[in-house]
Design a protein around this ligand. Sequence first.
Ligand code: RIB
Ligand code: CA
Length: 342
Amino acid sequence: MCRYTRKLYLLRRSLLLLSLINPSSVQAVEKIDLIIDTDPGADDVIALLFALASPDELNIHALTTVAGNVRLDKTSRNARLAREWAGREDVPVYAGAPTPLQRTPIHAEDIHGKEGLSGVLVYEPKKGLAKGGAVDFLIDTLKAARPHSITIAMLGPQTNLALALIQDPEIVQGIKDVVIMGGAHFNGGNITPVAEFNLFADPHAAEVVLKSGARLTYLPLDVTHKILTSDARLQQIAALDNNASKLVGDILSEYIKGDMEYFGIPGGPVHDATVIAYLLKPELFSGRHVNVVVDSREGPTFGQTIVDWHNGLGAPKNAFWVDRGDAQGFFDLLTERLARLT
Ligand code: RIB
Ligand code: CA
């Protein structure tokens, strides 16, 4: 366990002890004020169910949607569906950027299906979008927030946050952490030989966020590909026998096929849900503070994250790069939270 994770683990353990003595004092300390930015997307929906089932730890201010896996109208509808399935229509959904900062839009319908959610029936959810756009919501919320109090989980292309930072760089003072599913270093990419989809879909946005000075944590393919489904893990979820577990089972059975075939692996990653597990139980993960840059030049390395793992260049360490995770611990936690839904 690296130094950083050990510190987190010790802090949580002492908070746990404190909670035995004086429960109310700890609850207030641990709650995370959270905005989830997302492009649902199969694994996004599982991440959203996971997060929405965890109100004791996560105070979710809003879901903000972005184009990515599929067009914005579909990612926004799918976010509203996840909210409805989790029984959390108290959480507003704001629609954000329909296109990346500069590059031509790309989608991943081959992986997520035409509607962005293969394996399940999609329909128009009861509750609509919140008034106003995601970028304005981010700016207004972060400007009004106590210093460094808001955590942002980024599950798709980073366009919304980048636009907010470009429009008002001061908002960085309201950010506590940005926890990002994205990037790849040790074992190559999933959309090109070197690039991961979220970074490839908008590298210019990732560049803005990397240079913002916000505290960044990346959960790249390096860790998500170590946390794979298996028949036993899928059975563990199915055994819950509630609507949520049925939805997750149906979504995963379709979603994992692409990665299993492309990489020849025995199970599929649930990329975005690892971000939620990291927020809930960081001790399941470990990594290293490194310098990360993203390549936004046209060509074979477009969207590649260059990670100085051994600090060869001595450049400022601008991100915590997670490369390991406890796979069974992840599925146990996901299953335990899905059990709380109907
Ligand atoms: O590369 C995986 C990422 O790209 C996930 O966030 C998935 O939802 C897609 O957006
Ligand atoms: Ca996603």
